[in-house]
Design a protein around this ligand. Sequence first.
Ligand SMILES: Cc1cc2nc3c(=O)[nH]c(=O)nc-3n(C[C@H](O)[C@H](O)[C@H](O)COP(=O)(O)OP(=O)(O)OC[C@H]3O[C@@H](n4cnc5c(N)ncnc54)[C@H](O)[C@@H]3O)c2cc1C
Length: 390
Amino acid sequence: MDTIDVVIVGAGIIGCSTAFELSKLGLKVEVIEKHKPGAMGSGWTLAGVRQSGRHESEIPLAKYSVKEWFTLSDKLDGKTLYKQEGNLRLARNEDEDKRIKNLVKEQKSNGLEIEYLSSSKEIRDVCPSLSSKIISASYCPTDGHADSKETLSSYVDAGKRNGVIFSDNEEVLEISCINNKINSIKTTKRVISCKFCILANGIFCNKILKTIGKKIPLEIPIVTVIQTEKTAKLLKPVIGVANASLAMRQENNGYFRISSGFQDWNGNLKLKNDMPYAETTLEKIQSTINQSIEVIPELKNCSIKSFWGGLIDLTPDALPVIDYVSECEGLIVASGFSGHGFGIAPAISGIISDLILNKKTRLPINSFTLHRFQNQNILNSDKYDLTLHG
Ligand SMILES: Cc1cc2nc3c(=O)[nH]c(=O)nc-3n(C[C@H](O)[C@H](O)[C@H](O)COP(=O)(O)OP(=O)(O)OC[C@H]3O[C@@H](n4cnc5c(N)ncnc54)[C@H](O)[C@@H]3O)c2cc1C
């Protein structure tokens, strides 16, 4: 039987960043991935690195992460393509304007550098390609974006240089706890004995948790993403809208990534070129395109390169679970990022390394416990409006 200090389930941004952090502690770490790194959320993502629009309990994590993003590429000795080009959240009508005003007030009181832009001129000074119909916006200049593919492969390469083992095309099937302590995990290929196991497997965390009788209440909506062909530089900040029905950014190489709000998913996850693929519909694509052209009229001249569906591990309060499982010492859950886990990965990986070392975590995590969902009703009807992504 293989023996490893820490087994990480899932090679998304959370699993890969955590593997890198732990490798610096001299631990023997193995990441087990059912497909390939970035096969799900961390590949489907928009990759905004945002503090604004977050719940107050996530703001310290987002602020910490922004500092880390500045030097991450040096630390990993690889590319992240991180750019601090701001985030604009737009109001397209009076109702949305009220939301934006409230958001700015609340976020300022949480110590965030965020402004309310009250005229089309102020907004277009920040981003000239935006429609003159946008009536107001929040602007957080210290937000930004990165490239998910580059970042993930830099984490993987840096981890490998430090001795992390990445095992792709292998699925973790179950975990075994003996005397309330993690003992081993069983995969499609073998059994591995370990001291710690971290569940960073996104929407599939419950498949493993249920093997020890635990569960996170998750909804899994889909987000439609459209990628355009390369176009002239039209956009620097990441764009969102007040009701979270649209987000977009222009990638370094000129492609736009445009994403919808949360939509109902039919539950059908297929494989395309051996990678998981969630189908979206023409209607969802059409409404996303229509909204994007309303916001940046010049987009109407762009061609479509690609489109896909991205699945979201949405918890009832749209906050993640970052916690020990008390019934199984050594088992840590880091899942349920609810559509905004990419930007805060540097903080999450640091926190998990504190948990492994049994130290006080560098940032508070009392809002992210596993047991907070006990006795709670799962989502109500305006569920998807609660949370912003992008
Ligand atoms: C369209 C879209 C836009 C987004 N925009 C943003 C944004 O702008 N900013 C932001 O901060 N966040 C954003 N997010 C959210 C962010 O991308 C995710 O929260 C983050 O990538 C999740 O990373 P993860 O490592 O937790 O999960 P994932 O990236 O989903 O990784 C989990 C991995 O586990 C693997 N796996 C599952 N089960 C098993 C098993 N049993 N054994 C082995 N492997 C397994 C999967 O194959 C997968 O690779 C967006 C998400 C989407 C879908």
